[in-house]
Write a protein that binds this ligand. Structure first.
Ligand SMILES: NC(=O)c1ccc[n+]([C@@H]2O[C@H](COP(=O)([O-])OP(=O)(O)OC[C@H]3O[C@@H](n4cnc5c(N)ncnc54)[C@H](O)[C@@H]3O)[C@@H](O)[C@H]2O)c1
Length: 253
């Protein structure tokens, strides 16, 4: 029960990693504000408030944060998790509308929340922020150019925000998930299942398997909790060892 009496916001809470994170925080005592594009998929309950917001829209984020403060009076934890992907294309073929869309949600959406929740946390002189980046932000080769660049941006935003906010006792960290079965990766899993090759999806991980949302939620909960009280500005890969090795074909014994 690490989050008793804590107020937490989780974005992208209707699906995948966000839903698992909201569940994990609530199971440890938090009152969770669930945020997504539509509230229809969001459960409401004693420990939940479900709010609609397009995180790419700064004015909408500002309004949402004010609503949360009106209701609860404080914000202890922010999980900046909502994200989108677009079809991968060579750098010479990318449409600028795809850049706007993916950066608008993945990077700017994250920044909007850090800005407006950060102001509340500064006044409180406490808070923990956990951003969901990706292994794609560490290496290329997953999700395409734009997605990778947006997640590299989230990793750096994590570090710069940690420097800006550390003096107020606010910690900012990121998780970098490897391949996880969620709404975002459904087409990949559907394709692999159709071909009977699902086990191959985890082949490049040292643990030889892909991950599940609850394993990312556990890492997010750790970084959001006082167990991580001396950790800030870090991007933790939660990827079954995927980024621990270059995994070059033919270079293993
Ligand atoms: N699934 C993976 O393998 C994987 C790996 C690395 C990182 N991630 C990251 O994890 C995070 C969660 O993704 P997921 O895999 O659970 O995907 P998902 O598609 O299952 O969930 C993402 C949620 O974000 C919401 N969302 C999208 N745009 C939004 C917006 N503008 N405003 C508010 N909500 C919005 C969606 O409606 C959805 O409910 C994302 O940031 C994603 O980039 C996922």
């Amino acid at each position: 029960m690490r989050f008793t009496d804590k107020i937490a916001i989780v974005t992208g809470a209707a699906s995948g990693i966000g839903a698992a994170t909201a569940k994990r925080l609530a199971s440890e005592g938090a009152s969770v504000v669930l945020v997504d594009l539509s509230t229809s998929a969001l459960p409401e309950g004693d420990t939940h408030l479900a709010l609609t917001c397009d995180i790419a829209d700064e004015a909408a984020v500002e309004t949402l944060v004010a609503q949360v403060v009106d209701k609860y009076g404080r914000i202890d934890i922010l999980c900046n998790n909502a994200g989108v992907i677009c079809s991968a294309a060579p750098i010479t073929e990318i449409d600028s509308s795809d850049w706007q869309k993916v950066m608008g949600v993945n990077l700017f959406g994250c920044a909007h929340f850090i800005k407006h929740v950060g102001r509340i946390m500064i006044a409180q002189k406490s808070g923990a922020i956990v951003n969901t980046a990706s292994v794609a932000g560490i290496r290329s080769g997953a999700g395409g150019n734009i997605y990778s660049a947006s997640k590299a941006g989230v990793i750096n935003l994590t570090k710069t925000s940690a420097c800006d906010l550390g003096g107020y006792g606010i910690r900012v960290n990121a998780v970098c998930p490897g391949l996880i079965e969620t709404g975002m990766t459904k087409p990949v899993f559907d394709y692999a299942r159709g071909k009977g090759i699902t086990e191959r999806l985890g082949e490049r991980c040292e643990l030889r398997r892909y991950g599940n949302p609850s394993e990312i939620a556990a890492a997010i909960a750790f970084l959001a909790s006082d167990d991580a009280s001396y950790i800030t500005g870090q991007a933790l890969a939660v990827d079954g060892g995927n980024t621990a090795s270059l995994n070059l074909p033919g270079m293993k014994y």
